[in-house]
Design a protein around this ligand. Structure first.
Ligand SMILES: Cc1cc2nc3c(=O)[nH]c(=O)nc-3n(C[C@H](O)[C@H](O)[C@H](O)COP(=O)(O)OP(=O)(O)OC[C@H]3O[C@@H](n4cnc5c(N)ncnc54)[C@H](O)[C@@H]3O)c2cc1C
Length: 443
């Protein structure tokens, strides 16, 4: 089989779908992308909202493969570490790594998606179809049903299909109908709301620009990503229900007093808080797991459609982009003559690791909202950075492996656990030696 001559339909023109469409076209395939939304590039700027994501090594590696690394990074703001804001107004900086290469990049999701769509569309082998929604899959005729803006449904055939339609994937649901397939969906009891913290009138940032900012409050949390114009996108994470929840903030008075109580330093910096609160929706957060990720050699899933994770490790998009690299390598290098083998090997190489990422993302939720302010946690982070400086090949902090390497997620976690055991043994030996020395000194 010549993998370079296929006609591929990609369902979903979000981050993973548009990147993978470009990659496939560069490899000689003819690609049609079906996206349910209208062309987002036509109405950008209407509300001036920006939603930012942290781009790290895995995502950058996939962008390099399509030649977009430098262009994307020129749109991003590097973040060298995180600034923890405590309730008393103190701000403490924690670096992400031991040097300036180990940084995250804050990027506007819309700008990134627009760029990927632009580059995909500019390729002569890619056709984008907006307001075209996948509504069904017919495995018997190997066709998918696509509804256009008028509701007219047309069957589409292609040599194979890529499902890149996000966490609530229709293609996944349809392809697994009647199959022995697993799927689980877990909603967090917390939701999120995005708010914009504007730049000063002279365009400078009200907060340190080159950092992620975190306001950990245990029962609520704000995380902020910087924008190139000096503004910051704040994401407030809060339970949907219970005391101090979205449910207990029904009006302007309640919202103002909530911010005054928990985020007093932000209040003077957010003059538009109440208007923004009313305009911006509350989003929900979901973890999904599923298997299999493909139907025969015909449909294959990438990104959130096969593994949505909570956003607290900042790896959802990065791992979605990493899927594009892994699937591409399976099709072109590992199994160039069998698409079915390529799909199988792609799933085998990815699923255990994205399952691990789901767990890490849950754990990081507790870290971000609570543990980052504990002196013991700060000490441990410093020790990690110090050990990494001392023995950069031997000692790699877990965060460094996840964000600044492409080491598979489960391998990174296993290595971190091994390092923890060494550390514990080292501390135990040091204590025995110390006790022995003290005993000898007093005898
Ligand atoms: C608050 C928040 C913060 C985050 N922060 C980060 C971060 O810092 N770093 C990071 O790496 N990740 C982050 N993520 C995760 C990241 O947004 C996702 O992992 C990423 O968007 C997944 O890309 P995707 O292309 O798989 O899905 P999506 O981006 O959801 O794209 C799916 C596309 O499919 C389209 N679609 C859906 N259904 C159909 C259909 N039936 N037919 C046709 N088209 C359809 C949708 O309109 C959409 O365009 C965050 C997520 C959230 C919610």
């Amino acid at each position: 089989m010549d993998q370079g001559k296929d006609h591929v339909a990609v369902i979903g023109g979000g981050l993973a779908g548009s990147l993978f469409a470009l990659r496939l076209a560069q490899q000689g395939h003819r690609v049609d992308v079906y996206e349910r939304r209208p062309d987002p590039r036509a109405r950008r700027g209407a509300e001036g909202r920006s939603i930012n994501l942290g781009l790290s090594k895995r995502g950058i590696a996939a962008l390099s493969e399509v030649g977009l690394r430098d262009e994307v990074l020129s749109l991003a703001v590097p973040m060298e570490g995180r600034v923890i804001h405590t309730l008393d107004g103190t701000a403490r900086f924690q670096p992400y790594g031991k040097n300036r290469q180990e940084v995250l990049h804050s990027i506007d999701r819309n700008e990134l998606n627009d760029l990927l769509l632009d580059r995909a569309e500019a390729h002569p082998s890619v056709q984008l179809h907006f307001e075209h929604r996948c509504v069904g899959v017919d495995a018997a005729t190997r066709s998918i049903q696509i509804a256009d803006a008028t509701g007219t449904v047309t069957p589409i055939t292609a040599d194979w299909i890529v499902g890149a339609d996000g966490a609530f994937s229709k293609i996944r649901e349809e392809m697994q109908r009647g199959q022995r397939a697993n799927f689980s969906k877990e909603f967090l009891e917390w939701g999120y709301k995005e708010l914009n913290l504007p730049a000063r009138p002279d365009g400078t940032s009200q907060l340190k620009l080159n950092a992620l900012h975190v306001w950990p409050r245990g029962h609520c949390l704000i995380v902020s990503h910087a924008n190139r114009n000096g503004s910051h996108t704040l994401t407030l994470f809060l339970p949907f229900e219970g005391p101090d929840s979205f449910a207990t903030l029904p009006d302007r008075t309640a919202i103002s007093s909530f911010f005054t109580r928990y985020f007093p330093d932000l209040v003077p910096q957010l003059p538009e808080l109440l208007a923004q609160w009313e305009r911006h929706p509350v989003g929900s957060l979901v973890t999904t797991r599923t298997a299999p990720w493909h139907l025969n050699d015909w449909i294959v899933l990438i990104g959130d459609s096969c593994h949505a994770v909570y956003p607290f490790y900042g790896q959802g998009m990065n791992s979605a982009f990493e899927d594009c690299s892994a699937l591409s390598a399976a099709l072109t290098t590992t199994h160039p003559t069998s698409r079915l083998d390529a799909f199988r090997s792609y799933e085998r190489s990815r699923r255990p690791h994205t399952d691990t990422l789901a767990e890490l993302s849950k754990e990081n939720f507790v870290e971000l909202r609570q543990r980052v302010q504990s002196p013991l946690f700060v000490l441990r982070k410093r020790l990690d950075v110090w050990l990494n400086r001392l023995a950069p090949r031997t000692w790699l902090p877990l965060y460094t492996m996840i964000a600044h390497t492409t080491m598979p997620y489960a391998d990174a976690l296993a290595r971190a656990r091994r390092q923890d055991r060494w550390l514990l043994s080292g501390v135990a030996v040091a204590m025995v030696v110390l006790a022995g020395a003290v005993g000898w000194a007093v005898s």
